[in-house]
Design a protein around this ligand. Structure first.
Ligand code: SAM
Ligand code: SF4
Ligand code: SF4
Length: 384
């Protein structure tokens, strides 16, 4: 190899069936290497991997913490997550460096979008370091989801660290409705200050996530639209989902996106527009008067498993291939035991290739599914 380098050769192409695992060591440090093979298991460049239904891996959601300063009843009901609840201990959290390494492995398998989430990600003291190290990864679309309560003081640093976009959750502008939906922890004014701060540093366009629960906040939908219509902020309504097993979900508490579209259209006519890309979770609508856009995430009434290309990883390094997974597979031990990149890539490829998840479609096909499945992982743990 040094002979080749001495001859001034900078690019080497390898053709063949299966690449010898040793070739990676052999070629290390030899310049630009392109491996061309029909049956690659060890990689030097990004490659698409498909799951059992032919779905690629495109997005990664990274939960950086399982704790939260809210107790939204649909996510972390206060009666269960009280003072004495034992969350992950800090030594089990992936470090900023480990998160970066895992993200870079996923990128080699086709991931182009990473969303940092939780729990509440801004509760992590090193959140700016995490964002900064991920933003070093070339070509990555980096976003973060937050409840916005601590955003006013973080927005500038997050932007400076390389964050591109932010989604902020705000279920109502009505103080008493919002208080109830955040488990008596949230204040509307603080979230609005966070949104303003994000706007002023250019973390735009901002998306606002609104979970709608029948009888709780569905009567405040138009106020939310009114607040953000005419700005470049996009409000997105999410159907209340049966994630986890602790929120006491009932189908009759779900307000379908179709009925919301009808309700909003009666005041401000809407028309549907094409998705920005295949697999976009929200159905997009624009106001006919040109005053912006609104989105609907209809995971209950119109499941979108067919295009689902998202993997999730929890704060302790467990990988999940579906929001409704009963269990996941840990990568942390291998990482800490010194596994090589090629070993870890093979491991991740294996997980994705075996993926057969399509829970929301199954739920629609068979409403009884919920009764038989009582061990699903909670959303705040695996990352929403
Ligand atoms: N704490 C941050 C927040 O609330 O934005 C990030 C994590 S949270 C789990 C991510 C998103 O999941 C939020 O927009 C939240 O409203 C949504 N979510 C949580 N539980 C849900 C449920 N049962 N149904 C629908 N959306 C839910
Ligand atoms: Fe916390 Fe977000 Fe869950 Fe609400 S939805 S409890 S803010 S993690
Ligand atoms: Fe994806 Fe699972 Fe949701 Fe279907 S149910 S869209 S597979 S996360």
């Amino acid at each position: 190899m040094s002979l080749i380098r001495d001859q001034g050769i900078k690019k080497i192409c390898l053709f063949g069936g299966t690449i010898c695992p040793r070739s990676e060591t052999l070629l290390a440090g030899s310049g630009s290497i392109f491996i061309m093979s029909k049956n690659i298991t060890q990689l030097a460049a990004p490659v698409d991997v498909k799951d059992a239904f032919g779905r690629p891996l495109h997005d990664l959601r990274i939960s950086v913490i399982d704790r939260c300063n809210y107790r939204c009843p649909y996510c972390m009901p206060a009666e269960i997550y009280g003072e004495s609840y034992k969350f992950l201990s800090r030594k089990h959290w992936l470090t900023a460096g480990e998160i970066k390494r895992i993200a870079s492995l996923f990128i080699q398998l086709g991931v182009a979008k990473v969303r940092i989430t939780g729990g509440e990600p801004l509760l992590r003291k090193d959140i700016v370091e995490i964002v900064s190290s991920l933003s070093d990864l070339p070509g990555l679309d980096l976003a973060l989801t937050s409840n916005g309560s601590l955003l006013a003081s973080h927005a500038k640093d997050l932007k400076k660290a390389g964050l591109k976009r932010i989604t902020i959750s705000l279920d109502s502008l009505d103080e008493s409705v919002f208080s109830e939906m955040s488990g008596r922890k949230g204040e509307v004014s603080r979230v609005l200050q966070g949104i303003e701060a994000a706007q002023s540093v250019g973390l735009t366009p901002i998306k606002i996530n609104v979970v709608i629960q029948k009888g709780k906040n569905d009567h405040t939908v138009l106020d939310l639209i009114d607040q953000f219509r005419g700005s470049d902020t996009i409000v997105r309504f999410i159907e209340y989902m049966d994630v986890g097993t602790l929120n006491g979900w009932r189908l009759d508490e779900v307000v379908s996106s179709a009925s919301l579209v009808e309700q909003i259209s009666a005041r401000w006519p809407l028309k549907p527009v094409e998705p920005n890309y295949l697999g976009e979770v929200a159905n997009r609508y624009i106001f006919e008067d040109g005053k912006g856009e609104v989105g609907f995430i209809s995971s209950v009434s119109e499941p979108f498993c067919g295009d689902c290309h998202r993997a999730r990883i929890s704060a302790d390094g467990t990988i999940y291939t579906c929001l409704f997974a009963k269990d996941g597979i840990s990568i942390r031990e291998q990482l800490r035991a010194g596994a090589s990149d090629s070993d870890l890539i093979g491991f991740l490829q294996g997980i994705w290739r075996n993926r057969k998840d399509r829970y929301s479609e199954q739920r629609r096909e068979n409403n009884e599914i919920r009764k038989t499945e009582n061990s699903r992982v909670e959303m705040y743990r695996m990352g929403g």
